[in-house]
Write a protein that binds this ligand. Structure first.
Ligand code: AR6
Length: 170
């Protein structure tokens, strides 16, 4: 696996990197889970900017400032609500690809992902992890001229262990 990918166990709101990726909903106006945590830590400026973004489709990504976070920017992406259909995987992979494309367009060189769709949206963590790692790996190969550190940020031991196991197989 590429040495530009790191797996860590942390609260994503505490990370000091150029951008963190929020598992948002289509409104981009906040919610529970990591979305709620990011909005609480960023302060009211974040939701104010998000109101001007006009929502976001599943699989797409939009960027804002980081406000009171250490991260300079937040990339908001909307994962699929798990339904068991094959299109879920396509949409989930798009979240990772589009977030990385957006980071590159903004000349950002470090990015931390939350585990999109693995909470409220119900994606089975094993499958979601394989899709995430594959999408990131493919993006790195397609963007080998671009230097970026990619952090996969896990919030609990279960997901962290799944990531460690899967990354060794890639
Ligand atoms: N840092 C890192 N990861 C976290 C944190 C944190 N502080 N808090 C939770 N996680 P979820 P989803 C992990 O439910 O499934 C929201 O209400 C968590 O353990 O936050 O994409 C939105 O507004 C899990 O592995 O996002 C949407 O309505 C992962 O983040 C909906 O939830 C994602 O869990 C999106 O659901």
């Amino acid at each position: 696996m590429d040495n530009r990918i790191r797996v860590i166990k942390a609260d994503i709101t505490s990370l000091d990197c150029e951008c963190i990726v929020n598992a948002a909903n289509k409104t981009l106006l906040g919610g529970g889970g990591v979305d709620g945590a990011i909005h609480r830590a960023a302060g009211p400026g974040l939701v104010k900017e998000c109101r001007g973004l006009n929502e976001c489709e599943t699989g797409q990504a939009k960027i804002t400032g980081g406000y009171d976070l250490k991260a300079k920017h937040v990339i908001h992406t909307v994962g699929p609500v798990y339904s068991g259909k094959s299109e879920d995987g396509v949409k989930l992979a798009n979240c990772y690809r589009n977030s990385l494309d957006l980071a590159r367009r903004n000349d950002l060189h470090s990015i931390a992902f939350s585990a999109i769709s693995t909470g409220v949206y119900g994606y089975p963590p094993q499958e979601a992890t394989e899709i995430a790692l594959m999408a990131v790996k493919e993006w790195i190969y397609a963007n080998s001229d671009y230097d970026i550190e990619i952090i996969m940020c896990c919030y609990n031991d279960r997901l962290y262990n799944i990531y460690l196991e899967k990354i060794q197989c890639m």
